[in-house]
Structure formats: structure tokens, C-alpha cells
Design a protein around this ligand. Structure first.
Ligand code: BES
Ligand code: MN
Ligand code: ZN
Length: 479
């Protein structure tokens, strides 16, 4: 998809012109010009199709030679316009314009900071589809977006593209079937992320030598060996350091504590945290942000093979703490334990982990909102602010230390499951044992990592949730 800065509405031309309209039919940039060109037809048309400019509403009006476009698409923005409203409107326009080769728009002319980047991100993501496994994919002709009267916006277009590419990478990896993503294949993808990212991969033997007991315990039941992937981006001008950790369970069958069939259907998604860390690391490096990043993704598969870890087994994690595994389906926290302890040793300013960790978090916050927990209010505030700027929904849950006794074990330092209630919190309390009291924020993305239907710039399937928040976070650390 090409995105270019163009001239005026009358000078450009194409298959479609997309113009924004606010509630109460308040005309956005360019809409008045369109209305004048079509003398009077616009109001009658919008009234006839009940267009009220609600968020997400669109109406398409074919035009003749009054304007150099095949049709005009009016997109509703609702009452309040912010960057996320632009992303969503652009995403809706892209998703519904698959058959229009060239689309021009004035959306970016709304008076919002970062409008061009937001429109670029929303449009590119709205045009995303995962077609690898279709023998006859619906053709997408849409390959050119023209930003009307845009001026000098090449840099903003480029940063928007970089961010959208990071999100698309994460989506692709999540959408890929588990059979096609053995841990070693994901490690190879990490190696190819960027020339400015140095990658070390620990294979099974190296993991044993390192003492990654959590990762090995989860991997024990799988025929495909695990990998601990360590990515480092170390720009000379770094002014802050950020550690990222992503859960990379390429398939979660539950292990011997086997999941019911229905719950397994979407468990290829259980590496969405790792996928987001890949996408964000690539984007941060490509943007050249002056932040040192160490990104670690434990990658394995949770299977019930003959060598599998049994309920009641005890493992020793990288920092020497022991965990009694009572439910092998609470595997995410085991692999994260090693990765968190490992990055804590590098003494970063901030540790952020992303994980499709608990069904309990999805129950608490629903499918669109990630849970945020952590040990440091400033750090949590920073991540919540970054998420807001990026347009990703997060909500804080308490890291209630009174619940720590729920994961007391009768024979080890802790057990890997709590009681019935508060599952997102007890999972985070286990992670807290491995960050060595460094500032740490945990994002439980069990809900928003996948979407059950298409909506604005989201396509059903992997969403790439977290990539944009992490990029904004890195930007906020490097003002
Ligand atoms: N990967 C799952 C969590 C999950 C559930 C993600 C639904 C996305 C959608 C995780 O490994 C898991 O199985 N958690 C268990 C923990 C329990 C056994 C303590 C859960 O949430 O049921
Ligand atoms: Mn599980
Ligand atoms: Zn899992």
C-alpha cells in the first residue's frame, strides 16, 4: 500500500474520496467543498440513508463529473475526535474500500496531534488480511492512499507505516496455525527482525545450562524443543533502558491438566505476547528510538506428551526459586518466571511483560481490555498513558499482596495456582516473585489479543494488541 501526500480535492482524483463528518452533520475538512460541488444532493442523500455521523457509520454516494472521483464515502466520527477516532475511521474506510484502487482522503486534516500518523496506522491496519491459507482469496485492489493537501508529512507517513508493520507482523504470527510455528521457527523470525537488533537463541541444552527450569518444565511434554530468545537493541544515544518479556506458548493444550476441546480452539493465540514483543522491538529499532531494549521471549508448546510435567512436580526457575506445579495449564507464569528473572539481572529502568495469561482476566474485563498489574505506581501510570496515546484499552487491577498466601505451597516456595477467585491477581503475584523488586508492569492480554469479529481497523483473529502501546512507551521514555 502506497500512501502519498497529495494536492487539493479538485486536483487529485481516484476511485473514492473519503471525507469525515462529525455528529449533528458538522462538516469535517473537505466536506463543505464536496457539498458545494454536488449542489444540494449531499444533504438529501445523507438524510435518505439515515446518516447521522455516528462513530463507525459510513455512507457512499456515487458521483458523476462534478468531482474527479468515482464516489464519495462519508465517515462518521461522532462528537469527540481524538487520534483513536481517526485510526478507527481510517480503518473502516480501508476495510470497506477493497475494490477502490486509489482512495483520497481529508481525514488527516482534522486538528489532532499526530493526525497523519494515526490515519496511516488506521488505514494500513484496516487493509490487513491474512490470506496465506486461502486458495482463492478475495482480491484487494486498494493499493494507494492520497492525503489531500497534506504538505510535508513524509516522516509521519513513514512512522505510521513502521508501527502498522509491527502490528501486522504480530497479527501474522498469531494467525499462523500452531503446526507452522515450532519454537525454532519463531526464533528464526526473531533473528531476521532488524539489522540493529542482536539476537541470541538458547536451545534446549543451553536452556538447561542457563537454569531455565520453568521453560523446560512446560516444554517437557512437547515433541518440539523450546527456545529462549533474547533480542537486544542498543543504540549509542540511549537515554533509558526497557526490558520486554512476551509469553510465547505456540499452542496451549493445557498439558496433562488438559483443556476441554472448545477451550483449545484458539490456543494458537497463546504466543501473542511474544508476537507483540517481536513487532514492537522491530518497530522501535526501525524508528531509531534512543532507548535500550532487551526483549526476551520464552517459546514452547504446552503438550501432554509422555515426558510431560506432572501435577505435583516441582521445578527450579532461573533465580533459584522453586515452584510446585499443581495445574499444568497454568504454564504461562512458569515460562515468564525465567524470562523475568533473566531481564531483571540486566537492571533495566522498567520491565514490561505481555501475556495471554489468564481466562480470569478475560472474565473480569471482557474481550477488549487488557489487565494491568505491577509493583510501581509510576511505572503503571506510564504504561497506562502509553496505551491511551496508542488507542489500546487497558485497566488496572490490584496486585493485592494479601492474596500472596493463596499461592503458598506445602513443599516449595510457591505453587502455580491460587484459589478459584482472583486468578489474574494470583498469576501476577507469582510473576512478582521473579522481578527482583525492579519497576515492573504486567499486561494480561488474554482478552484483546484476539478479536471475534471485524471492527474498524481490527480484523477477526490476532489483533497485534500491545505493539502500539510498547512503541508509545518507548517514545515516552525517550522524549
Ligand atoms: N493461555 C491460558 C489463558 C487464556 C485463556 C488465554 C483464555 C486466552 C483465552 C492460560 O495458560 C491458562 O490456561 N490459564 C488458566 C490458569 C488456571 C489453570 C489457573 C486459566 O485461566 O484457566
Ligand atoms: Mn494454560
Ligand atoms: Zn496459556
Amino acid at each position: 500500500m502506497e500512501i502519498v501526500a497529495g494536492a487539493g480535492i479538485g486536483e487529485e482524483g481516484g476511485d473514492r474520496l473519503v471525507v469525515p463528518v462529525l455528529s449533528g452533520l458538522t462538516w469535517g475538512p473537505g466536506a463543505a467543498e464536496v457539498r458545494d460541488a454536488l449542489d444540494g444532493r449531499v444533504e438529501t442523500f445523507l438524510e435518505a440513508v439515515d446518516f447521522e455521523a455516528k462513530r463507525g457509520q459510513v455512507a457512499v454516494l456515487p458521483v458523476d463529473d462534478q468531482l474527479p472521483y468515482g464516489d464519495v464515502m462519508f465517515v462518521g466520527l461522532g462528537d469527540e475526535v481524538d487520534a483513536e477516532a481517526l485510526r478507527r475511521a481510517a480503518g473502516t474506510a480501508a476495510a470497506r474500500s477493497a475494490r477502490s484502487r486509489t482512495v483520497a482522503t481529508t481525514l488527516h486534516r482534522l486538528d489532532i496531534d499526530g493526525a497523519v500518523e494515526a490515519v496511516a496506522v488506521g488505514y494500513l491496519l484496516g487493509a490487513y488480511s491474512f490470506d496465506r491459507y486461502r486458495s482463492d482469496p478475495t482480491p484487494r485492489r486498494n493499493d494507494r492512499l492520497v492525503l489531500i493537501d497534506a504538505g510535508e508529512v513524509e516522516d509521519e507517513i513513514a512512522s505510521g507505516r513502521t508501527i502498522a508493520d509491527g502490528v501486522a507482523l504480530a497479527r501474522d504470527l498469531v494467525n499462523e496455525p500452531a503446526v507452522a510455528k515450532p519454537p525454532e521457527a519463531l526464533a528464526e523470525i526473531a533473528r531476521g527482525l532488524s539489522e540493529s537488533v542482536r539476537v541470541d537463541v538458547y536451545d534446549e541444552a543451553a536452556c538447561a545450562e542457563m537454569g531455565f527450569g520453568g521453560l523446560l518444565a512446560v516444554a517437557a511434554g512437547s515433541a518440539r524443543p523450546p527456545r529462549m530468545v533474547v533480542m537486544r537493541y542498543e543504540p549509542d544515544d540511549a537515554t533509558a533502558s526497557l526490558a520486554l518479556v512476551g509469553k510465547g506458548i505456540v499452542f496451549d493444550s493445557g498439558g496433562l491438566s488438559l483443556k476441554p476441546a472448545k477451550s483449545m480452539e484458539e490456543m494458537k493465540t497463546d504466543m501473542a505476547g511474544a508476537a507483540a514483543v517481536f513487532g514492537a522491538t522491530k518497530a522501535i529499532a526501525s524508528l531509531g528510538l534512543p532507548v535500550k531494549v532487551v526483549a526476551v521471549t520464552p517459546i514452547t508448546e504446552n503438550m501432554p506428551g509422555g515426558g510431560a510435567t506432572r501435577p505435583g512436580d516441582v521445578l527450579t526457575a532461573y533465580n533459584g526459586k522453586t515452584i510446585e506445579v499443581l495445574n499444568t495449564d497454568a504454564e504461562g507464569r512458569l515460562v515468564l518466571a525465567d524470562a523475568l528473572a533473566y531481564v531483571a539481572e540486566t537492571e533495566p529502568d522498567l520491565i514490561v511483560d505481555l501475556a495471554t495469561l489468564t481466562g480470569a482476566c478475560k472474565v473480569a474485563l471482557g474481550p477488549k481490555i487488557a489487565g494491568v498489574l505491577g509493583n510501581d505506581d509510576d511505572a503503571i501510570g506510564r504504561v497506562v498513558g502509553a496505551a491511551r496515546a496508542a488507542g489500546e484499552s487497558v485497566w488496572q487491577l490490584p496486585l493485592e499482596r494479601e492474596y500472596r498466601k493463596m499461592i503458598d505451597s506445602s513443599i516449595a516456595d510457591m505453587k502455580n495456582t491460587g484459589e478459584r477467585w482472583g486468578g489474574a491477581i494470583t498469576a501476577a503475584l507469582l510473576l512478582d516473585e521473579f522481578v527482583d523488586d525492579r519497576p515492573w508492569v504486567h499486561l494480561d492480554i488474554a482478552g484483546p489479543a484476539r478479536a471475534s469479529s471485524d471492527e474498524h481497523y481490527i480484523a477477526k483473529g490476532g489483533t497485534g494488541f500491545g505493539v502500539r502501546t510498547l512503541v508509545e512507551l518507548a517514545r515516552s521514555l525517550a522524549p
